[in-house]
Design a protein around this ligand. Structure first.
Ligand code: ZN
Length: 255
């Protein structure tokens, strides 16, 4: 299926329910799906990316959860297009802090939790000087990339371009599993692909809290709280993003 620039609304209108639920499970709730105009082109999840002037310049194309092929998790259309910063709209609102993260979904999860966030569309190692010149105007900048080789090198590059930025290093997913962390707050029992437990954020008489080991995310069917391990710790401990990262590092330290 051919993609057309300007079809973002059309793709958004044809987003199937099962894909919407998959995105919810990844920590991207409906209001964020609407705002980001996430859609469906018949084969893949469409993420429209706008440039600084608000022009639609490319789509990132996420693999469907039930895609039987082993096609890449994320594609870009048009292919080989220049890298763009995803999140100009967040910077335009003059936030007091911003998280530079790695990946479009990660950005949307942070945004849905009230954290202005941006990401480059061409991977951890591509970060443009003119993006940095805008981001540096934000008073507090956090850089939070994957804890792998590319992620570490990418974060260092961003920190060189934005000397005020603080690098926050998340322990790798193999080391800290979300089910392990949440399991310390509430007992979890396996149910299909998820682990279920009583929610710690509302008075829960049925286990409503689903923890998804595959996507390292959680979603409560009672109070709709959702997110990743960081957002869980922020909510559970009523702490801010950098403190939650520190708590997570303490968990690793004591293992
Ligand atoms: Zn709940």
């Amino acid at each position: 299926m051919t993609l057309y620039l300007g079809f973002a609304e059309l793709y958004h209108d044809q987003l199937p329910d099962r894909i919407r639920r998959y995105l919810n499970g990844r920590g991207i709730p409906d209001p964020t799906i609407e705002q980001a105009q996430l859609g469906w082109n018949g084969e893949r999840i469409t993420i429209p990316v706008y440039d600084r002037e608000g022009r639609l310049v490319l789509y990132k194309l996420g693999r469907a959860p039930d895609d039987p092929t082993d096609s890449p998790k994320m594609l870009c259309d048009p292919p080989g297009v220049r890298a763009e910063l995803y999140g100009w709209d967040s910077l335009a609102e003059h936030p007091s802090s911003v998280v530079v993260c790695e990946g479009e979904y990660d950005r949307l999860v942070l945004e849905s939790q009230g954290f202005p966030a941006v990401t480059g569309t061409a991977g951890a190692l591509v970060f443009r000087k003119n993006w940095a010149e805008e981001i540096i105007k934000v008073p507090r900048v956090y850089v939070c990339f994957d804890n792998d080789d590319a992620g570490r090198r990418g974060a260092e590059r961003v920190a060189r371009l934005i000397p005020t930025a603080k690098i926050v290093t998340l322990p790798p997913e193999e080391v800290v599993r979300i089910e392990e962390i949440i399991g310390q707050y509430t007992p979890l029992h396996r149910s299909g692909r998820a682990l279920m437990g009583r929610c710690c954020f509302h008075e829960d008489h049925v286990p409503s809290l689903a923890v998804f080991p595959d996507t390292q995310s959680f979603y409560c069917f009672g109070c709709q709280k959702h997110g990743d391990v960081i957002t869980f710790l922020m909510e559970a401990e009523r702490i801010a993003f950098p403190e939650a990262v520190r708590v997570l590092q303490t968990f690793v330290h004591h293992k």
